[in-house]
Ligand binder design. Structure first.
Ligand SMILES: Cc1cc2nc3c(=O)[nH]c(=O)nc-3n(C[C@H](O)[C@H](O)[C@H](O)COP(=O)(O)OP(=O)(O)OC[C@H]3O[C@@H](n4cnc5c(N)ncnc54)[C@H](O)[C@@H]3O)c2cc1C
Length: 273
């Protein structure tokens, strides 16, 4: 029997993880990715215990743990320092935790895991897939390689080109609307004045939702631990966020006050213990 050959469309987390799972079963895969190379883009994600269980299954958990950051819980503070959210993984199970990890590190860990199957895996960068047609015995996929059109055939195709994919058949898509909220983020050195194993969020009424998430290191600089600072905003405000000097000053002042209050409370709490 001939070895099955699958196309995977998209080399994000879903595409790379699926490639490992298929290659492990001796299935040949060709990965189509529209960008010309995998670059370190994005900020941090929080992998939950279920995601970490998948990493264990893929044999890449130890590598991820080395680079990522243990997150034991979420503490969300109001401007006066009171905790609105005080949620810790150990409340669900003593061995549970989350892993803060950079998107680029996540992709690096998956890509490294895939290297051991290099004889079964082919890469097609700069290939944007535009159409998929299911036939009785095969799947035809077509798209653009630069300006050139191409068409090729596989035994099956995995559509893993992200949340905005237009390749999925319409009936599969339950919600066809962009989420109306987004985030502005920045990557900073690990924030040590707050507990570095906690995902911290700060709220000022419904006007500010800011967070600091430990995300560990990126592969090129494994000793520099990092955090992602993010601001949650309605999607319409993302472009104009902090473009006005006065708004910027006002926001920084309010945030500083919130952080100082919370640091004062942390000190008080540790003196009381
Ligand atoms: C550049 C980028 C940065 C991100 N940063 C963050 C972040 O900082 N924090 C966070 O929580 N989430 C982030 N996300 C989202 C998060 O990575 C994904 O939601 C999650 O990992 C799901 O992964 P996925 O593999 O389904 O999709 P994605 O990670 O979106 O990957 C989809 C891949 O498919 C490729 N692709 C798209 N269309 C085509 C096509 N037609 N043909 C071929 N290839 C195609 C894309 O280039 C991409 O590499 C980011 C996503 C991207 C693409």
């Amino acid at each position: 029997m001939k070895t099955p050959h699958f196309a995977i469309i998209g080399a994000g987390t879903a595409g790379l993880a699926t490639a490992i799972l298929l290659a492990r079963q001796n299935i040949r895969v060709t990965i189509f990715e529209k960008v010309s190379k995998l670059e370190p883009v994005g900020a941090g994600l929080l992998l939950q215990p279920s995601g970490l269980a998948v990493f264990e299954h893929l044999g890449i958990l130890d590598h991820a743990l080395k680079l990522g950051a243990y997150v034991t819980g979420l503490e969300g503070q109001l401007a006066d320092g009171r905790l609105l959210i005080n949620s810790h993984y150990k409340q669900a199970h003593q061995h549970y935790f989350g892993l803060g990890i950079h998107r680029s590190t996540l992709c690096h860990v998956l890509q490294t895991g895939l290297e051991q199957y290099s004889d079964l895996v082919s890469w097609r960068f700069n290939h944007s897939i535009e159409n998929i047609q299911e036939q009785l015995q095969e799947v035809r996929i077509s798209g653009l390689y630069g300006d050139l059109k191409f068409e090729t055939r596989f035994d099956a195709a995995i559509i893993a080109n992200g949340a905005r994919s237009t390749l999925r058949p319409k009936p599969w898509v339950k919600i066809d609307k962009a989420y109306p909220w987004g985030a502005v983020w920045n990557i900073v050195p690990e924030c040590l004045s707050l507990n570095p194993q906690i995902l911290h969020q700060f709220y000022d009424r419904s006007q500010i939702m800011m967070g600091i998430m430990p995300t560990g290191a990126i592969p090129d600089e494994p000793t520099q631990r990092l955090s992602s600072v993010f601001w949650s905003l309605p999607a319409n405000d993302l472009k104009t966020f902090l473009t006005h000097e006065n708004t910027k000053k006002g926001l920084v002042k309010r945030c500083r006050k919130t952080l100082e209050t919370s640091r004062g409370l942390v000190r008080k709490r540790s003196r009381a213990q």
